[in-house]
Ligand binder design. Structure first.
Ligand SMILES: [Mg+2]
Length: 260
């Protein structure tokens, strides 16, 4: 927590916002992404906090539909790094992204076909609606799988003018539309008129949210960057964090402290 503005967290919780990543933060990292679930105890803690704080939001690379199934309509949910939003259980997608739906369907089919033809065990192509996930966590030979999937990603990126985002034993192919978790943090903090904001995350995709908090801090807001430590946490994330917690169980403990 930054010094000088700490009062807002205890004095005016209704003026503070809490943003959280999902995978590795609220859920343990699992081999198959479809097996992930929030850690028991976390959803009720978030519901409790959402009554007390100005805003509690999950901002994830997951689809809004998945988040909705896990958290229900009471928590603010942003899917696909903020390109999708669920409001009262209804999902909407940014106009920019919606135009790419047919292209991404084609990319998904090509990725599935080509990944299959590689003949490497443990590869997974994930349909994320407006993005395609390439995973190799389950591959017995991860080095070989990573090389093959990276080349496949490079081919598809060049053929269809896509952009890539790295993950943990995974890569994502996205349309060339600019958006990030940082955009959600900035936009929602401003639109809700908050005086303080915190972000909790464990991976590279969370760094734009840390950047957004740094900018808000310069504008005089009280901010907290929470880094979730695991064996795979990027060093930059932990170096920049104000608070470090260990895994989703550490996050749960931190949320309980915050709820007082
Ligand atoms: Mg994560």
């Amino acid at each position: 927590m930054t010094t000088g503005h700490q009062g807002v967290w205890s004095d005016s919780p209704e003026m503070t916002g809490l943003f959280l990543d999902f995978d590795g933060t609220l859920s343990e990292i699992v081999d198959d992404p479809s097996d992930a679930r929030p850690l028991t105890g976390i959803p009720p803690e978030m519901t409790r906090l959402s009554r007390r704080l100005g805003l509690v939001a999950v901002v994830s690379g997951r689809t809004a539909q998945e988040l909705l199934e896990w958290f229900g309509p009471d928590v603010e949910l942003w899917g696909l790094y903020g390109a999708e939003r669920s409001i009262d259980g209804t999902i909407s997608v940014s106009d920019d992204l919606a135009t790419y739906e047919p292209l991404i369907k084609t990319v998904l089919q090509q990725a599935e076909r080509r990944a299959e033809s590689l003949g490497i065990e443990g590869l997974l192509v994930e349909d994320k609606g407006y993005m395609v996930g390439l995973h190799w966590r389950k591959a017995p030979d991860r080095t070989r799988a990573a090389e093959a999937m990276t080349s496949l990603a490079d081919e598809l990126t060049a053929e269809h003018d896509l952009v890539q985002a790295p993950g943990k034993c995974a890569l994502e192919l996205r349309p060339p539309v600019e958006w990030s978790k940082g955009d959600v943090v900035s936009a929602r903090t401003n639109s809700a008129g908050l005086e303080g904001a915190a972000f909790v995350g464990d991976d590279r995709g969370d760094l734009p949210a840390f950047d957004a908090l740094d900018r808000l801090e310069e504008e005089g807001l009280s901010t907290i960057k929470v880094g979730v430590r695991s064996l795979e946490s990027p060093p930059e994330l932990l170096r920049r964090a104000d608070v470090i917690v260990d895994g989703p169980t550490g996050v749960l403990r931190w949320l309980r402290d915050l709820a007082g």
